[in-house]
Design a binder for this molecule. Sequence first.
Ligand code: NAD
Length: 401
Amino acid sequence: MKEIVILGAGYAGLKALRHLQADKGDFHITLVDRNEYHYEATDLHEVAAGTQPKGKITFPIADVVKGSTTFERAEVKEIDRKQQKVMLKNGKTLAYDYLIIALGFRSESFGIKGVAENALEMVDVKTAENVYQHIVEQMKDYAITKNKDDLRIVVCGAGFTGIELLGALEDSRKKLAAMAGVEPEKLQFYCVEAVTRLLPMFDEKLADYGISMLKSWGIKFLTGKPIKEIKPDTVIYQDDKETGATKELTAKTIIWTTGVSGSNVMEASGFSQRRGRVMVSPGLTDTEFSNVYIVGDVSAVMNAENNRPYPTTAQIALSMGEHAAKNILSQLKGGSITPFTFKSLGSVASIGNTHAFGLVGKSMVKGYPASFVKKMIMDKSLLETGGVKELLSKGRFDLYH
Ligand code: NAD
């Protein structure tokens, strides 16, 4: 019996698992993840802002482990492609015939001084919960200290993650202000961003629409201000490109959302990678080992239309997971590997629970209708990773509950 090992129970890993399980062929699957739950990485900002509890964006991996699948809760240490083995941090070694690496992302500091020590990251459920806990503590502290920095939150980076986090924080403004015992407008939300042209994947008007909405709620954007260092309770950014002069912004909450890299297991295992992403063959396999699939945020796959790798999104991760599973099933039956193709359905950024903006296909969507579309996108991912049971209990529309 052939052994298929899947590393990571995120979007790509679970989609691959579900596709393989549906086949009922003569193989056994081992799924490895460090958590006993799957989490929707696209919703972490809601946990960080306190608009959703952990339970709403997670479900137990056990719910989707069926038939001849074993779940191994462990952290991956290293992959040995020549020996076809995966070493786990708990000391175990797993042998495989086929491997799907779907180990996801981590926060990228770009080597900026003080990030690890003085900024909060938001890369998994634990760190997202930690952000909210931290904010709550500052609000409570303000009630005693009256230090205005307790009421200031700085989001570093205005990518999709930063924008969605700011929108969710806005939804929590009243609740947080009540904890501090102040009027909601006393809370200050800042975003410090290196470039001036925000959200380059959208046309300028659409990007401006989203940013203007956040600004209209009182959120302050410092754009064209690359962050140079994070000191305790202080963001140091370049204020003047010509002279390099810097300025400081003080705050008790500093959240780091300037981009992501793929899992460091890729580098530790000797893959040829850049920021944890490995350039794969057209069929999503390692360029040397056709039994090793690399999918999701650890994978870089070229978009033939613009000769650049596709951006890492949940949508493409799901699609890659399914494609890897299809190719393995074909290989098991003596067939060949087919190249991966991807047609983006568009991307929508939420700004709080009732606003959003983005593209569906080539059409712009804005405001409440866009927020409806965003919830449909989230529910589609949930259905594809968790199935109907998870959709009914965790889906975004009240009609399920
Ligand atoms: P990102 O790379 O898309 O954005 C990071 C932002 O931080 C950029 O605007 C960048 O200019 C800025 N930045 C980088 N270094 C900086 C510095 N030193 N000082 C100030 N600003 C700095 O990263 P992300 O937002 O974490 O998103 C990661 C990936 O996940 C992207 O591909 C994104 O499209 C995807 N994503 C998608 C969704 C969605 O579809 N709704 C949501 C979240 C993330």
